[in-house]
Design a binder for this molecule. Sequence first.
Ligand SMILES: [Zn+2]
Length: 168
Amino acid sequence: MEPATRAPLAGAPLTAASVASPPSTSIRAAPEPVYWEPDRSILPPPWPVPPMPTAIARGLMGRCPACGKTHLFNGYLRVAAECGQCGAPLGLARADDAPPYFTILLVGHIVIPLMVLAQRLQNPSTLTMSAIFLPLSLFLTLALLRPVKGGTVGLMLKLDLLRDLPER
Ligand SMILES: [Zn+2]
């Protein structure tokens, strides 16, 4: 008698409902695909728009990201208001806190592994560590801030992240 009582548990029993309703993936006409179209009502800017790697590379080298012919900066970090060659409004790319952020990220990823390595290999005194890594951090920060800002301005120009400051 025991096998007979267990038999219904072996598989799901076929009921009238499960046979009658077909699975949801029944044959149906596929809807027309919808293709994304860029908004062509926005005209391209009057200055040249290079590919993104070119714009960033030109910015990193301190050149105008749009044409690469003039200087991007007219000071250590002051971005020129406008390119003298192509007229790109470089001064409207307000990089704000992005270059310091990227610079801190880069310098941290260079200096901290070196500090850990020095600590593991030589275990120098705190004074020695400070004498090496404080000037190194300062030098790297000052050396990287300008190219990083140039690259950021290049990216912003490429992405059209330009804005006018309100008149004061
Ligand atoms: Zn230019």
